[in-house]
Ligand binder design. Sequence first.
Ligand code: AMP
Length: 209
Amino acid sequence: MKLILLGAPGAGKGTQATRLADIYQIPHISTGDIFRANLKEETELGLKAKAYMDQGLLVPDELTIDLVMDRLSKDDCKNGYILDGFPRTLAQASALDALVDIDAAVDVEVPDENIVRRMAGRRVCPKCGEPYHTEYKVPAKEGICDRCGSELIIRKDDEPETVLKRLTVYHDQTAPLIGHYQQAGKLVAVDGTKSVEAVTEEITKALDK
Ligand code: AMP
């Protein structure tokens, strides 16, 4: 199964991708996670990507496309994969179309008002990367990571101004992909405002048809 997850930043793509990867036993490939890992290791790619990520902008296509194409050529992708956060532009979608015939593009739909509220509550552990939320995933001790005891932070690109920028970028550059996959007969739209479990169920029901 080759899947794409579409949706605004904060729509819950990452959460759903993790669950679907487990259900279908295929790798979860998140371009955001790959960039963040590169940033942490201060690789050349990470340093190049940082300037864009910090401002809520997309990393240029020429850096992103090669990275994903390389990842998809690895052995563990033979039986499929879930792409989370890629493609994000029509150029990225065309590059992917030229390489593979995906089974479905799942659009996790969440209105902008909900996105802003959700992202305002996001926290992350700077040491082990564990994600938290002030409403949906509260740590046992306020502001402290349950796993490693570090003080939680707000990711730079989750700061309010950057969130608004990321939403504008999403509507301008990524939302047109919904029409692209609809035309190709691949679009599966789900209501992302429901509970995590209900959204997963809606997706798997649609995919299993
Ligand atoms: P995410 O965790 O998916 O929200 O990604 C975090 C940031 O990484 C985005 O705001 C972009 O700066 C960058 N990024 C992730 N995926 C892509 C992509 N497919 N194309 C360009 N930039 C990306």
